[in-house]
Write a protein that binds this ligand. Structure first.
Ligand code: ATP
Ligand code: LTN
Length: 337
């Protein structure tokens, strides 16, 4: 076992996920599964980013349920609050406070260049609000408050992380060393799961076509149906290849779920057809998700337990983050309370 020597301080990792709708197989294989693995090697801090979520209009009852379900689901996936504080962003007031401060050290031009802002303002043209625009400074606050060394993010969030680094460097340049400048954490198995209906696009929970994604909480028969309908090419040979986006994606999913390499999978299915393969991938996914779904059912039925977990983590997060906020405010020149 490669245990770090006790004298070596573990690096700090921060990451968060928005509670905006269903958590997909893409989120699980691309992000959450890695978070769970990182917990032993690093000092991890995780959050449900519910402040970010209202940059898009949320229906109150739905929203309340989504936040709690996202929390329960991440616990069910294996986030362990004994190892990694895991809190709800809106419960820790330092996030909104530092976000305001960082807004004043972030340039209009920088925010205008963010591709997520451009995409989302096109998608929600009737609600291009200031929060959508300043989303990256809140994300920077999330990260910088914990002096995170590393931030696991997908490619879609790399631009935001780059901006967080720029904000930290700018602030440190004016006031002296205040924030650690975070690096992106690139997962060793960088699973990017594609849509089952258009395998040239990533599997995304906001895709209106429900057959395009599998939710972590989808029932087995639904998962089977979605995989059977998955779009593939007409070559009917199970191997990775150019122009075979559908099959490449199914092999990628099979590999992420079983830990087998694509060569092993190709060998396992030698002489078999796409129909058999789709059923096999669906079965592997169903088996992978079954224990998560069972644990989710237990957690969601035990609200007291969930409350205890997120309160305990929020207290811890507040203690740590308050130190950074106080330090930053003192440097700016605010009077001590
Ligand atoms: P949206 O549809 O609202 O953009 P999303 O499903 O893309 O949502 P996010 O909340 O943006 O999900 O992402 C949460 C995490 O899951 C991020 O770390 C992101 O990189 C990862 N992730 C999202 N979709 C995929 C995917 N298809 N494959 C691998 N990782 C993914
Ligand atoms: N913007 C991210 C979620 C998020 C995040 C963060 C990720 C909010 N704050 C801090 C990493 C670090 C997303 O939509 N995936």
């Amino acid at each position: 076992m490669s245990e770090a020597p006790v004298t070596e301080k573990k690096k700090v990792i921060f990451s968060a996920i928005q509670p905006s709708g269903t958590i997909t197989l893409g989120n699980y294989l691309g992000a959450l599964q890695n978070w769970v693995k990182l917990q032993d090697e690093y000092n991890c801090i995780f959050a449900v980013a519910d402040l970010h979520a209202i940059t898009v209009r949320q229906e109150p009852q739905h929203f309340r349920r989504n936040i709690l379900e996202a929390y329960a689901l991440l616990l069910a996936c294996g986030i362990d609050t004994e190892k990694s504080p895991f809190f709800i962003q809106s419960h820790v007031h330092t996030h909104a406070e530092l976000a305001w401060i960082l807004n004043c050290y972030t340039q209009f031009g920088e925010l205008s260049r963010m591709t997520q802002f451009k995409d989302k303002s096109q998608k929600h043209a009737d609600n291009v609000n200031a929060g959508l625009f300043t989303y990256p400074s809140l994300m920077a606050a999330d990260i910088l408050l914990y002096q995170a060394d590393l931030v696991p993010v997908g490619v879609d969030q790399k631009q935001h992380l780059e901006l967080a680094r720029n904000i930290a460097e700018r602030f440190n340049g004016i006031y002296g060393n205040t924030f650690r400048v975070p690096d992106p954490y690139i997962a060793q198995v960088g699973a990017k799961i594609m849509s089952l209906q258009d395998p040239t696009r990533k599997m995304s929970k906001s895709d209106e076509n429900v057959n395009a994604w599998v939710a972590v909480l989808d029932k087995p028969d639904i998962i089977m149906k979605k995989f059977k309908r998955a779009v593939t090419d007409s070559e009917a040979k199970i191997c990775v290849g150019e122009g075979k986006d559908g099959i490449n994606n199914l092999i990628g999913i099979m590999s992420a779920v079983t830990g087998k390499t694509s060569d092993e999978i190709t060998a396992d299915f030698e002489g078999k057809g796409y129909g058999d393969f789709k059923v096999a991938v669906a079965e592997a996914v169903i088996e992978k998700l079954r224990p998560i779904q069972e644990r989710f059912d237990e957690y969601i039925a035990n609200k007291d337990y969930l409350t205890e977990q997120y309160r305990k983590s929020a207290e811890f997060a507040l203690r740590i983050s308050q130190r950074t906020l106080d330090k930053a405010m003192k440097k700016i020149g605010y009077l001590a309370k």
